[in-house]
Design a protein around this ligand. Structure first.
Ligand code: ADP
Ligand code: MG
Length: 470
């Protein structure tokens, strides 16, 4: 049997033409399963990995159900403004010449202007809950007219942050006849919550996994705060000319700081977080999409749903606290089957969190060394001794010496080091004398000094070749 084509469905002409001109040939899995069911008017709970074409899976049936009439017939809610813009654009492209008026409704834009646009009549609204509620209260959106309701990134829309808002909207949509929820992940709580406002929904769930993890080469580098710039520099210097990188930090402040630091190191980037004015956010994203900027530093406003084709590298400069956020972040690369890689910076105390992330989703995230500098490359930042990272909870660092059994006793070695380096007894911890090598614990405050001293002395004619054991 030949693979199914969009043509087989007898879609409305405008949409068929639009799909043609977009160069799409075959529907994706989720589209294949969801579109026929949605066209029949059935409620849907659809789960498929990021980048699998969920927007068109609900967009196509919504467009088919709407008429250019100026009455609002469908509402799509998204968690972020950026996503609302993107979804509206995709639906706009998919409707071809059908002539539906599609309006985005989200905060941070001029309320009066928005009200005027809405009052002129719109067929389809894509928005974020806060502003949609606001405009409904002001009488510019008539929720009771709307028949089709869709939640994109439903897991986020139904978590504690948005759930009350979504319920408010749902309750006002008294003539709602179809509800669709789409998301990359459907945790049980979200499925439970969805029961409250769907009617015998058709479930499209991929495979046995609750979430599909995109096929991305994932790596972690064990590195503390002090050396994250160094590690980032190594990854950046290995990027190809066409590559694009999205770097995530956990706070807005860190976005600004990292952006400035990159600037100081001569690396051009752009930055994105929720405190920036909306029009600036859009401009920045547009430039990134157009590949006018290669590197973008962002908070999790960019973690969900954003579809930027060219992203080849995702860096978790800060590891996210929530395992789901990790999956959303790395899903920004490897879109539509393209290859992608993700790098996560993990401090010593975060190894447990990394394990948890990997285990939750059944992924392997090997801890590797930072990539080598390419031929002729230059370090972006210097690698520093990060004592906080390599010391234990008592502040002790292990120093390796090439000194084997029979050459010294623990006591003579300790005495000798104390005397040569003139350090107090408490600065030396446990000593271990092995077959050919020994280790000595030294307090981190003295470690680099002790190493320097030992490098220039001989112990009973033996050169100790001290180095830090990481
Ligand atoms: P998701 O919401 O599942 O993360 P998107 O809807 O953002 O994914 O789609 C990802 C990309 O794939 C978009 O650029 C979209 O235009 C494109 N796309 C969607 N469906 C198809 C298709 N059937 N054939 C080719 N490209 C598609
Ligand atoms: Mg999406």
């Amino acid at each position: 049997m030949s693979p199914p084509k969009f043509n087989d469905w007898g879609l409305e002409g405008h949409i068929a033409d639009a799909i043609d001109s977009m160069g799409w040939d075959e529907p994706t899995e989720i589209q294949l399963e969801a579109i026929p069911v949605a066209r029949a008017g059935t409620d849907i709970v659809g789960q498929a990995r990021t980048g699998s074409g969920k927007t068109a899976a609900f967009g196509i049936p919504i467009i088919e159900s709407c008429k250019p009439s100026g009455k609002t017939q469908a509402l799509v809610l998204c968690p972020t403004r950026e996503l609302a813009v993107q979804v509206a654009e995709e639906i706009g492209a998919l409707q071809g010449n059908k002539g539906l008026t599609i309006e985005t409704v989200y905060g941070g834009t001029d309320i009066d202007k928005q009200a005027k646009l809405l009052d002129r009549g719109v067929d389809l609204i894509v928005g974020t809950p806060g502003r949609v509620i606001d405009m409904s209260k002001r009488g510019h959106i008539h929720l009771s007219e709307i028949g089709i309701f869709c939640l994109d990134e439903a897991d986020r829309m139904l978590d504690m942050g948005f759930f009350p808002d979504v319920l408010w909207v749902v309750e006002k949509m008294t003539n709602r006849r179809q509800t669709m929820l789409f998301s990359a992940t459907f945790p049980q709580e979200v499925l439970d919550a969805s029961i409250e406002f769907t009617k015998d929904p058709f479930h499209v769930m991929s495979e046995d996994l609750e979430v599909e993890v995109p096929e991305i080469d994932q790596f972690a580098i064990k590195v503390g705060r002090l050396n994250k710039m160094w590690a980032l520099g190594r990854i950046i210097s290995n990027m190809g000319g066409e590559d694009q990188m999205l770097i995530f930090t956990n706070t807005k402040r860190m976005v600004d700081m990292l952006y400035e630091r990159l600037e100081r190191h001569g690396v051009k980037s752009s930055s994105l977080h929720g405190d920036m004015p909306q029009n600036r956010r859009e401009r920045i994203l547009e430039r990134f999409r157009d590949k006018k900027s290669r590197i973008m530093v962002a908070t999790d406003v960019a973690a969900r749903g954003l579809d930027v084709d060219g992203i080849t590298h995702v860096v978790n400069y800060d590891l996210p606290d929530e395992t789901e956020v990790y999956v959303h972040r790395i899903g920004r690369t490897g879109r539509m089957g393209r290859s992608g890689q993700s790098w996560s910076f993990v401090g010593g105390t975060e190894m447990g969190l990394l394990d948890k992330i990997a285990n939750t989703w059944g992924m392997s995230i090997p801890v590797v060394d930072a990539p080598e500098l390419p031929e002729g490359g230059k370090e972006m930042a210097k690698l520093k001794d990060d004592w906080d990272e390599i010391s234990d909870s008592f502040g002790m660092v292990k120093v390796k010496l090439s000194l084997g059994k029979g050459k010294a006793s623990k006591l003579t070695l300790a005495d000798w080091i104390q005397k040569e380096a003139r350090i107090p007894e408490v600065a030396i911890g446990e000593i271990n004398i092995g077959e050919s090598e020994s280790t000595v614990e030294v307090h981190m405050k003295k470690a680099s000094y002790v190493i320097d001293v030992l490098k220039s002395r001989e112990f009973n004619g033996i050169s100790l070749q001290p180095s830090i054991l990481n």
